[in-house]
Design a protein around this ligand. Sequence first.
Ligand SMILES: [Zn+2]
Ligand SMILES: [Zn+2]
Length: 361
Amino acid sequence: MKTVVKSKGTWIHRLAIRFFTVVLAVLVFWVLGFLVDDIRSIPGPDHDAIDKKHLDQGLLARRDALEAQIADLARQIENQTEKQRVVGDSSRNLQQTINQLLELQKLGMQKSIAFSDTEQANVASSLSLFLDNQRKYQALSQTVSDMLERKQGLLQEKEQADQAIETQRQPARDEFAALSARHRLKLACLQLAILLPILAVAAAVTIRKRSSIYFPLFLAFGAATLVKIALVVHEYFPSRYFKYILIGALLAVVARLLIHFIRAIAFPKAQWLVRQYREAYERFLCPVCEYPIRIGPRRYLFWTRRTVNRIVVPGEPGALEEPYTCPSCGSTLFEECPSCHKVRHAMLPSCSHCGAEKDIA
Ligand SMILES: [Zn+2]
Ligand SMILES: [Zn+2]
């Protein structure tokens, strides 16, 4: 019998396959990332529009007007205070001048020198100027204090307006939060709606093609999708849900591994192999490559695993009386039995004629 040995390739080939499997997984992950990002860029609820709906526009305008008035008043108050300072300075100067003049007058009186008319007039005009300044100063003080009072009133009014706006803003904030939450849920559902079918396909292909030589391809595809889904779920669902999803997935994986090992002990590998070969012989397919075994009346037919039961075989089912090698993969499927010299299944343990056993590795 020709033993079917799966070529393992040189170490550099094996390394290359592993490396490119990883590269493929990264690329798939990347492509999925683009898809997810495109969904994520769908615009959410409009904050300004919601504000506009809930807030009284008249109130907002009044608050702005009040703000402008207060700023204007503050500027005026500053101007008036500046003026007041200038008047105050000039008053102090005048006071000094008058004091000096009076001092001179006192000295003159002591020395019995008469105070001239011009000097008298100087004192009088300085005095009147001084009084005039004082009046101006008082008037300015009054204006500033009036303005301050008005500013106080305006500030109070603005505070009331602010409070009213704040109470109106609360429902706007609530609505925005609710809409945002709904939008996030929508995004998550859309992303999963795209990713989950991809994962289903990837998982199905990975499981079905477990023994295919292209298995790494499907594995990379499946693993990348799985990681992307885990990230999306983690991003959009609160961690208290995520932990259940995670533990659920872990439970499934661990249970699957446990079943695998229990079965590996219960049914040793050779037994599995024989089972697989047996099923293939039952369907007249090569156990190695699934190419139809076309002998006897089936010589001119073609079928697959799915169509084998549907095809009509002409004549009586022929006895398998000749050695046969799969034309597709070269595996020996029927060979001469070494003990009875009839033709037997090459990949099943016992000869159907004499029962001689052979080792199926
Ligand atoms: Zn074959
Ligand atoms: Zn035999």
